[in-house]
Ligand binder design. Structure first.
Ligand code: FMN
Length: 190
């Protein structure tokens, strides 16, 4: 198959769930964020804000609160995984990026998800792993959770909500094989 570097990065991206403690240098982080800012957005509103958390102690505190969300979830699999003593929601990754958006924009969920996908692909192109962190949105969706963010000093632009969040860092293990993809998910109408 004829391929190129972009297709190569798309195909090699994996959700990474084991991280080295090493920090990603600022030049690479800037490129990742630039890729996020270059995502398309409805009516070019760019209704987003990128919050980057690199403070280890803060990440650990937020991780503990997100773990509570899993433990209190009505999804059996989430409760089960979070009960493991060694489970870290953020997999000890050194960076969490939260993309918050203006809920009054035209399509903030799509805009923020596209920004995150751009960032995950940019990271993959530099051999930096990533994994979407849904518990961040779940935590912020509750009043109790919003208090946690405030108490930790994680302040988003006024009125903005988190629509996408992911951890980034260097994988501490060889990348896993790709999850199997459904083969019957395409219809081409000529
Ligand atoms: C909306 C969304 C929520 C996700 N939430 C989590 C999560 O909270 N924790 C996690 O480890 N992976 C999470 N993932 C990653 C998926 O499990 C992963 O993308 C999927 O298994 C396919 O694997 P791949 O990313 O390696 O291709 C999430 C992905 C998406 C798109």
């Amino acid at each position: 198959m004829n391929t190129n570097e972009t297709i190569g990065s798309i195909l090699k991206r994996r959700s990474v769930r084991v991280y080295k403690p090493d920090q990603v240098d600022l030049d690479a982080l800037e490129l990742i964020l630039e890729a996020g800012r270059y995502a398309p957005s409805a009516m070019n509103q760019q209704p987003w804000h990128f919050t980057v958390i690199r403070n280890r102690a803060l990440l650990d505190k937020l991780d503990a609160s997100c773990k509570t969300v899993f433990l209190e979830s009505d999804v059996d699999a989430l409760r089960e995984v979070a009960r493991r003593d060694d489970f870290s929601v953020f997999y000890h990754a050194p960076i969490l990026i939260v993309v918050t958006g203006d809920p009054n924009a035209l399509a903030p969920q799509y805009d923020c998800a596209l920004a995150m996908q751009n960032m995950m692909l940019a990271a993959a192109s530099m051999d930096i792993g990533s994994c979407w962190m849904h518990s961040v949105m779940m935590l912020h969706a509750t009043e109790k959770g919003r208090v946690v963010f405030r108490e930790l000093g994680i302040v988003f632009p006024e009125g903005y909500n988190p629509y996408s969040a992911a951890v980034f860092g260097y994988s501490a293990a060889p990348l896993p094989e790709p999850e199997p993809r459904k083969s019957d998910s395409v219809t081409i109408i000529d």
